[in-house]
Design a protein around this ligand. Structure first.
Ligand code: CUA
Length: 380
């Protein structure tokens, strides 16, 4: 009933034979489909705004930080319009494919309507996405600004330093650092915090998925994250920038706790720091135990089994640490005595060759250090 033939002038130009052209209006089916797609889009919009989307975005219904709900807001904005666009575009593609299909009764030389230009349509499909993107840009800049500069003076400013392959946390008034391998990071609940982020070696990325924010940890550059933790709990921290062989195990935990608990923890750390630093007794080290500890705690950065010095992984090979004519001293410039090897294991080392974490970062006990010294000095 909506099918006409005879308007073949354009098609005739491309063919010596007159062809029949089918011209169809949009018709009732189109408007029915439009109504259906609109209902579907409204349904998904309602779902994103008021439904439970925790299965896509863990913690969406109970934001862990104020910025987390801002970021979720941006996500919802994109999800609402992105899904609606998906529904309309694919809905019309399917509808038009069915409605304007070739029919058995069509003449074999039938061609479609040669449509050129639809200024009205083109105007709208340019203007609407432009408006959407402009609004999204404005909303994003607003959130970005709050993440970068905070919304008030921070009550706590702390530092996160990326290392191969752990995070180091520094707190005001605490002389030693806290390390992700042994201790969770702590933040106080309900007060604005500023986290300064950098790296000691390569580029890492500090990411707490439930807070939704990532920040690259770049050597020589200090970056910011500002937010207020809103929900107590324990959350995962991950490095989300490939940074070397043990990138996949570079993670930690974040504990968000009431201010009183946080202060108690920080005081405990201060006391522990004051009593640390004693000399390790190397007398009872076991080379066999040291071999196992080496495989477990050193092999990410030093070849295992140990190779000559120049065969590096992240750090140098350690096979002939006490007996290498080409390298008569340790990287510290000291002779390779057990005490000097233990000193590097305890305090770490930073030099042109790279950075070796200290014992807290590597989670080495006194026994581990004694065992490792016994093992390394046994290699000839
Ligand atoms: Cu650090 Cu990946």
């Amino acid at each position: 009933m909506r099918r006409h033939t005879g308007e073949a002038s354009l098609a005739q130009r491309y063919s010596p034979h007159p062809k029949q052209v089918r011209v169809q209006g949009l018709g009732r089916g189109f408007w029915l489909v439009t109504a259906l797609l609109t209902l579907l889009s409204l349904g998904t919009t309602y779902y994103y705004l008021f439904g439970s989307i925790d299965w896509i975005m863990p913690g969406a219904s109970h934001p862990v930080a104020d910025r987390a709900s801002d970021v979720d807001g941006l996500f919802k904005f994109m999800a609402v319009f992105g899904t609606a666009i998906l529904i309309y575009v694919s809905g019309y593609v399917i509808y038009f494919g069915i409605e304007f299909r070739a029919r058995p009764t069509d003449p074999p030389d039938l061609v479609g309507v040669p449509v050129h230009d639809a200024p009205k349509l083109e105007l709208w499909w340019t203007v609407l996405p432009t408006i959407l993107l402009a609004v999204l840009t404005a909303l994003s800049i607003n959130v970005w600004y709050k993440i970068q500069f905070g919304t008030g003076a921070p009550a706590l400013t702390m530092e996160v330093v990326g290392h191969q392959f752990y995070f180091e946390y520094r707190y005001p008034g605490l002389k030693t650092s806290v390390f992700s391998k042994t201790e969770p990071m702590h933040l106080p609940l309900g007060v604005p915090v500023r986290i300064l982020i950098t790296s000691a070696d390569v580029i890492h990325q500090f990411w707490v998925p439930e807070i939704r924010l990532k920040q690259a940890a770049v050597p020589g550059l200090v970056q910011n994250l500002n937010y207020t933790p809103l929900r107590a709990g324990t959350y995962d921290i991950a490095c989300s920038e490939f940074c070397g062989p043990d990138h996949s195990v570079m993670h930690g935990q974040l504990i968000i706790e009431p201010v009183a608990d946080f202060n108690k923890w920080l005081e405990g750390q201060k006391k522990a720091a004051a009593s640390a630093g004693a000399t390790v007794n190397l007398a009872n080290g076991s080379a066999d135990a040291g071999k196992a500890t080496f495989a477990q705690k050193c092999a990410a950065c030093h070849n295992n089994p140990p190779t000559p010095f120049d065969q590096k992984l992240v750090g140098p090979g350690l096979a002939k640490i006490t007996d290498d004519p080409a390298h008569p001293t340790l990287v510290t410039g000291k002779p390779p005595t057990p005490a000097n090897i233990a000193d590097i294991l305890q305090n770490g080392f930073t030099g042109p060759i790279g950075t070796m974490p200290n014992r807290q970062a590597n989670a080495l006990s006194d026994k581990d250090i004694a065992d490792l010294v016994a093992y390394l000095t046994s290699l000839k």
